[in-house]
Design a binder for this molecule. Structure first.
Ligand SMILES: NC(=O)c1ccc[n+]([C@@H]2O[C@H](COP(=O)([O-])OP(=O)(O)OC[C@H]3O[C@@H](n4cnc5c(N)ncnc54)[C@H](OP(=O)(O)O)[C@@H]3O)[C@@H](O)[C@H]2O)c1
Length: 224
């Protein structure tokens, strides 16, 4: 089966940016949405930006997840459980599930500069708990700004920290990250570590607000 990447919530800010970047890099993208029409419109928008030759289509979340080998979950924290339940049966063992969710306090009308305590330790570990056995959960793209992802005129100036327990799946997602110009993928260790990146993202939002910018990011120094 040719590699297909489904972006569940690919109609939203970060998901659309990821879909755009990967479509530009030649990947086959399926945008997933709760509304088929909305997904198709987002796919058409990518073709308008990149040209008709890019491989992108729009489908209901379930169909998108069923057809892809790599499924990116890019929905708000408050929607995480419901959306995972709705696509669960499409997530067959062996598939990679890339979790980008940050449990920001905005889910309960709190500030975007704080994360909520998730009982599993992180949104990524919650995803792991909710997907069928054999699905390889990898946490990534939690610390990249959507705005930078969508701005094709500039490189994305930050490292992407990738956490996961399946080394092969983690390497595959790191390769996907490095298809995005400017991005260096950093192996962040096991999925257990994802909570650090989730908290870091709320901290970066703090920096954005303090400096009046949108794209604060991080670079890990001291490694080659
Ligand atoms: N934005 C960033 O800069 C950024 C950076 C790092 C990480 N993240 C994380 O990435 C995830 C997506 O962020 P985002 O900014 O792209 O989110 P968003 O634009 O607010 O939402 C993404 C998509 O989620 C879908 N969705 C599913 N259930 C939903 C519900 N109950 N209510 C609202 N939308 C729902 C919507 O798609 P349909 O209506 O088409 O189903 C929507 O387009 C979040 O967990 C966020 O914490 C975001």
């Amino acid at each position: 089966m040719a590699e297909k990447i489904a972006v569940i919530g690919g109609t939203g800010d970060l998901g659309f940016g990821l879909a755009l970047r990967w479509a530009k890099a030649g990947k086959y993208i399926i945008i997933g949405s709760r509304k088929e029409e909305k997904a198709k419109k987002a796919a058409e928008k990518i073709q308008t930006i990149l040209g008709k030759d890019v491989k992108v289509e729009g489908k209901f979340n379930y169909e998108a997840a069923a057809e892809a080998n790599i499924v990116v979950l890019s929905v708000p924290f408050f929607a995480q459980i419901g959306i995972l339940r709705s696509i669960k049966d499409a997530l067959k063992p062996g598939k990679i599930l890339v979790d980008v969710i940050v449990p920001l306090a905005t889910a309960i009308d709190g500030p975007p500069t704080r994360t909520l305590g998730v009982w599993t330790g992180s949104a990524a570990k919650l995803t792991e708990q909710l997907v069928p056995k054999g699905v390889k959960v990898v946490a990534a793209f939690k610390n990249v700004p959507a705005d930078a992802m969508q701005n094709l005129s500039e490189e994305v100036d930050c490292d992407v920290i990738v956490c996961g327990d399946d080394e092969e799946a983690k390497r595959e997602v790191m390769k996907l990250a490095e298809l995005i110009p400017g991005v260096r993928a950093i192996d962040g260790g096991p999925l257990e570590n994802a909570h650090v990146v989730e908290e870091l993202t709320a901290f970066l939002i703090n920096i954005n607000i303090k400096y009046g910018v949108k794209n604060a990011g991080i670079r890990i120094t001291g490694i080659k």
